[in-house]
Design a protein around this ligand. Structure first.
Ligand code: AP5
Ligand code: MG
Length: 190
């Protein structure tokens, strides 16, 4: 069983690459952003709670996000492994995930990071915002706030996973197929 964290700044290509990797390696793809958006669309209590944070480009509080993620893992007891996309995003989330997986005699196998410059990514998200309907993509100030949240709260995870010898950076610039190849090379080396 392999459990992969697909790591990267907003717009780095986590969701795009997960679509290819989940089939190739038979992994259950869990995107916390997608799960929040599903709940917002269906106006659930969780969606209502998350909405104000997401629309401002702020992280949703840890206790809400951790509980949601654990529930999603529990819904997939027969999974051959997970591809975590957009989780963990804080040290508290990473620690909770380690404890949770250890309780199932499992662990994170690797954290693979898609690396790219902020300016390229901001341009990508503004472009996507023209059609995505995502409020957090539509205004440069909100997009910049997502990078500030990343720098303050998520970037420290690089050191967290490096200290566990589980951090694998990959160049996130290139064609989608080229990047899938780079990620596959890492996964097959594990
Ligand atoms: P989330 O949905 O996770 O958004 P994000 O990480 O900010 O960024 P994206 O999903 O937009 O980017 P991505 O890396 O998946 O790239 P994508 O493949 O889409 O989170 C949204 C919000 O939910 C957060 O701000 C927070 O509020 C909340 N949240 C979620 N998880 C949370 C957590 N753990 N804790 C607390 N709060 C949480 O690609 C982006 C664009 O680039 C697309 O248009 C794509 O077509 C294009 N693209 C992809 N690859 C390439 C390429 N190689 N070349 C050119 N363009 C490309
Ligand atoms: Mg995504």
């Amino acid at each position: 069983m392999i459990n992969i964290v697909l790591f990267g700044k907003p717009g780095a290509g986590k969701g795009t690459q997960a679509e290819f990797l989940k089939g190739k390696y038979n992994l259950t793809h869990l995107s916390t952003g997608d799960i929040f958006r599903f709940n917002m669309k269906n106006d659930t209590a969780l969606g209502q709670l998350a909405k104000s944070y997401i629309e401002q480009g702020d992280l949703v509080p840890d206790e809400v996000t951790i509980k949601m993620l654990e529930d999603e893992v529990a819904k997939n007891p027969d999974s051959k492994g997970f591809l975590f996309d957009g989780f963990p995003r804080t040290i508290a989330q990473a620690e909770a995930l380690d404890v949770f997986l250890a309780g199932k005699d499992q662990s994170i196998t690797a954290t693979i990071a898609l690396e790219a410059d902020d300016e390229i990514l901001v341009a990508r998200l503004l472009e996507r915002g023209k059609t995505s309907g995502r409020i957090d993509d539509q205004d440069e100030e909100k997009i910049r706030n997502r990078y500030q949240e990343y720098n303050e709260k998520t970037a420290p995870l690089m050191e967290y996973y490096t200290n566990q010898n589980k951090f694998y950076p990959v160049n996130g610039i290139g064609s989608i197929a080229e990047i899938t190849e780079r990620l596959s090379t890492v996964i097959e080396s594990l």
